[in-house]
Design a protein around this ligand. Structure first.
Ligand code: SAH
Length: 195
């Protein structure tokens, strides 16, 4: 068993997206935030010995953290081959599903995901939430706090309950050409949703 601080350090050493693609909204979750979210999930009993899906896994930070915290199995679901190449350098554990999230259909105990925020491509995240609800009874959804109405409405329609909400300031590094400031923060949150 590791500690939250040790997990954050370990996750900070993972390889990052080489050339993040704006259209796929490839922002990786900051290692401190990822460690905090995963630690909360671990304490709530949603990780250890569980089968977990990391939807839109990118370079794998969330799923890799789950493996570290004793998950029985992690599915990494990612459609971008370049991201998958980095993910493979980051871990050889878990099972990869390379393709669109819509095509993944394994039932799992817990979904943990930081999907596209739906800023570049409207409602790109809707597909992720629908898939998460289909395959799991417990879902951790990371998104912008301004997506609150969207996620609440989706939960209401699907008769799901939001049991927890945690708020974070995500440092967005200047990784893409259209970013003007060197570093800015985006308010994000993690919602824990249960059937
Ligand atoms: N979960 C990672 C990456 C977040 S970025 C982290 O927390 O760091 C969102 C990821 O979703 C990107 O890697 C992007 O390529 C992937 N993605 C976007 N649309 C997708 C889709 N329709 N199916 C599968 N993956 C998708």
């Amino acid at each position: 068993m590791t500690s939250k601080a040790a997990l954050a350090i370990q996750l900070s050493k993972l390889k990052q997206f080489k050339l993040p693609k704006p259209l796929l909204e490839q922002y990786s979750t900051d290692s401190e935030i990822a460690a905090d979210i995963l630690w909360n999930a671990f304490m709530l009993g949603d990780i250890k010995d569980k089968v977990i899906a990391d939807l839109g896994a990118g370079t794998g930070v969330l799923g890799i953290g789950c493996i570290e915290l004793g998950a029985e199995k992690v599915y990494f679901v990612e459609k971008d081959k370049d991201a998958v190449d980095v993910l493979k350098q980051n871990t050889s554990e878990g099972e990869l599903f390379v393709g669109d999230v819509g095509g993944f259909s394994r039932k799992v105990n817990t979904v943990i995901m930081n999907p596209p925020f739906g800023v570049q491509k409207r409602k790109a995240d809707k597909k992720f939430v629908e898939k998460a609800f289909e395959i799991s009874t417990v879902v951790y959804y990371i998104g912008k706090t301004e997506s609150r109405q969207f996620i609440e409405a989706m939960c209401k329609d699907a008769k799901k309950t939001i049991t927890h909400f945690w708020k974070y300031e995500l440092p967005l590094k200047k990784t893409m050409s259209f970013h003007t400031q060197k570093k800015k923060f985006v308010e994000i949150g993690c919602w824990r949703i249960e059937s």
